[in-house]
Design a protein around this ligand. Structure first.
Ligand code: SF4
Length: 333
């Protein structure tokens, strides 16, 4: 069960006495967040707004928006990182999943016979399980490695677009194990490491090899780069979510594309969806610097929509070079 660190929120409200607060959380935590908002209002008499837009990560705070609802503090729930504040008003609140991995760890052993060194990683909700998993595999004769964190990431932690703890140890590990029920994260691990990767799902007690689906994503990503090579006119999209706004990077890409004779138009968008892009008919291919997973996992676009690593691969292709292993890196931003 997911447990929000409510005490941390209460302490902050008690000490700062805000008039109103904002609560953002991923969809899986939204129902609990609604309950929490009611509790806060009853207990402290402050207006508590549940931010109903999608909240994908620490890239997606509401720091720049809470003034509109006259809130003094924004709590971003469920995206534990190595520091507890972001921007001017946002406080990060842990949400821990107390499910045990004991059974799925046992179930994983037959899948790992051909490996000796295994890399362990997970996302925010299961970080506290990493050391127990390491101990389990060491006892069972493996060398279990947890990669060092960097920037926002703690040791062994990954995001959908940042994989430093995996990337740093990819040459040491024979395979990676992702603790948690998330194909999305496991596919990212497989693509950024190019190593066999298994998702350990503690709910279904299943061990899933994500190789096939990761390979398919990689093929699609490469194909999109080569399709974009033929484009004459590019739409360069800057994301408008707080942590996704990469203006400098976008303008650098603009210069590079123009140097190769491509026409470029600049677009700013909060939500990059096939519906929004469908209206922009003059563009042959898009590059978006907001969230790489929109491109790597996106299936519904009618034209290529490249992420930053794909755009860099495209520039290499336009220079007559090989695209390279463009997704094998510590982050995709
Ligand atoms: S994968 Fe996308 S949504 Fe998730 S943290 Fe990265 S930029 Fe944000």
């Amino acid at each position: 069960m997911l447990k929000i660190d409510e005490d941390r929120i209460y302490q902050e409200i008690e000490s700062r006495k805000p008039k109103a607060i904002a609560l953002s959380a991923p969809d899986a935590l939204l129902a609990k967040t609604e309950e929490l908002a009611s509790k806060i209002t009853e207990r402290f008499g402050v207006n508590a707004f549940v931010m109903g837009d999608a909240c994908y990560g620490t890239c997606d705070t509401t720091d720049g928006e809470i003034g509109k609802i006259e809130a003094d503090i924004a709590f971003n729930i469920g995206h534990t990182i190595s520091f507890d504040k972001l921007g001017k008003q946002t406080i990060l609140i842990d949400a821990i999943d107390d499910i045990t991995f004991d059974r799925v760890l046992e179930n994983s052993l037959p899948f790992l016979k051909q490996y000796r060194k295994i890399g362990l990683c997970t996302f925010s909700q299961h970080l506290h399980e990493l050391s127990k998993a390491k101990e389990f595999y060491q006892k069972n004769g493996f060398e279990a490695i947890i990669g060092k964190g960097k920037g926002q990431l703690r040791d062994g932690q990954i995001f959908g677009c940042e994989f430093y703890p995996v990337y740093f140890i990819k040459d040491q590990a024979d395979a990676f194990l992702l603790l948690g029920q998330s194909n999305f994260h496991a596919i990212g691990v497989a693509l950024s490491s190019q190593k066999p990767t298994y998702m350990l799902d503690p709910y279904a007690n299943e061990v899933i090899d994500v190789k096939e689906v990761a390979n398919e994503r990689l093929k699609r990503s490469i194909l999109a780069v080569y399709k974009a090579r033929e484009a004459e006119r590019f739409g360069l999209i800057v994301g408008l979510r707080d942590g996704q706004s990469m203006l400098h990077q976008t303008l650098e890409l603009k210069k590079k594309l123009e140097a190769h004779g491509k026409k470029v138009e600049l677009i700013a968008l909060r939500d990059i969806t096939s519906e929004r892009l469908a209206n922009l008919r003059r563009v042959d291919a898009f590059i978006q610097t907001a969230c790489p997973r929109i491109s790597v996992d996106g299936y519904t676009f009618d034209r290529p929509v490249l992420s930053v690593p794909q755009a860099e691969a495209l520039i290499r292709v336009l220079e007559g070079k090989d695209p390279g292993e463009f997704l094998v890196r510590g982050n995709w931003l």
